[in-house]
Design a protein around this ligand. Structure first.
Ligand SMILES: CC(C)(COP(=O)(O)OP(=O)(O)OC[C@H]1O[C@@H](n2cnc3c(N)ncnc32)[C@H](O)[C@@H]1OP(=O)(O)O)[C@@H](O)C(=O)NCCC(=O)NCCS
Length: 195
């Protein structure tokens, strides 16, 4: 839990070029991730019944407070690899069965959820270093390849290949330039273009 949360903080620092204390106190995405990492840990890793019950109780209330404050719904059941970056809060909804790889960016207004019918019903699996721009909706039993970039307000209902850039409704792949210019990591931090 702590290790994964530290990776999230490091990702914020790499993406925003700020010191970690300032980043931590200002970013509502990190408030939500603190709750998510804690609740995920309690749900999957705490097996002592009484402790699980007490921490589970805290987790339920903390989760409701986070949703109210940040409008980020990241359920404890969802699997999110370390180093996720949520630049802004607001209208972010993620289904419990979604899987998200490492170093992804999830912008405001993004929904990643269940879709499809019958045997096609399911949730997306998102690869590593995927950039998801504001307002994008991704749903159904699909996979988004690593290093893909999903455009602002895109509606993605089909698989997107590795490094695919997808825009529009329904989303179409327009290039294979990928996410590399939009994803910053501790190994590859943002260069401050504003200085
Ligand atoms: C998807 C995205 C990452 C692709 O970036 P890119 O690979 O550099 O692509 P380009 O910007 O060169 O655009 C390529 C083409 O797609 C179009 N396009 C780009 N984004 C689009 C979008 N979200 N919806 C529809 N068309 C889009 C461009 O107009 C351009 O069309 P053209 O070839 O006819 O001129 C980017 O366009 C995007 O949506 N970024 C989000 C930006 C944003 O919301 N910033 C605020 C963050 S808080």
């Amino acid at each position: 839990m702590i290790k994964n949360y530290k990776a999230d903080i490091a990702r914020y620092v790499a993406s925003e070029y700020r010191n970690s204390l300032l980043t931590l106190s200002l970013k509502e995405g990190l408030w939500a991730l603190a709750e998510y990492r804690f609740s995920h840990w309690v749900y999957y890793d705490v097996h002592i019944p009484i402790l699980r019950q007490i921490l589970g109780f805290i987790s339920v209330f903390w989760h409701r407070i986070i949703i109210t404050l940040t409008r980020i719904e990241l359920p404890k059941y969802t699997h999110v690899a370390p180093g996720v970056y949520i630049p802004h809060g607001g209208s972010i909804v993620i289904h419990p069965d979604v899987m998200i790889g490492k170093y992804c960016t999830i912008s405001h207004g993004v929904t990643i959820g269940i879709g499809g019918r019958g045997k096609n019903k399911g949730c997306p699996k998102i690869g590593d270093e995927v950039y998801i721009a504001p307002g994008a909706k991704i749903f159904g039993k699909i996979s988004i390849g690593s290093y893909a970039a999903i455009g602002a307000n895109a509606v993605v209902t089909k698989d997107i290949p590795e490094k695919g850039v997808a825009v529009g409704i329904p989303a179409q792949v327009i290039s294979d330039k990928g996410s590399q210019d939009f994803i910053f990591t501790p190994e590859r931090p943002v260069e401050p273009y504003w200085e």
